[in-house]
Unconditional design. Structure first.
Length: 60
C-alpha cells in the first residue's frame, strides 16, 4: 500500500501483513496523523512517488 495517510493507508496494510509506503503530504487532515512505525520491517517512507520505483527494486 502506498499512501499519504499513516492512519488510514499504511498502518492497516502493515497490520494485514502487507508492505506500507508512506508519502507525506503537507495538507493531510489532523485526524489522519499517527506515529510512524519506524522499526517495522515492511514500513518505508519516500518523499514523493518518484522514489517508488527505486524502492520497489530495492525490496525486490
Amino acid at each position: 500500500m502506498v499512501g499519504n495517510s499513516l492512519k488510514s493507508d499504511v498502518l492497516p496494510a502493515l497490520e494485514a501483513g502487507s508492505w506500507g509506503v508512506y508519502v507525506p503530504h503537507a495538507l493531510t487532515w489532523s485526524f489522519e496523523h499517527a506515529d510512524r512505525p519506524e522499526n517495522h520491517p515492511r514500513f518505508h517512507e519516500i518523499a514523493d512517488l518518484g522514489g517508488l520505483p527505486p524502492l520497489l527494486e530495492a525490496i525486490g
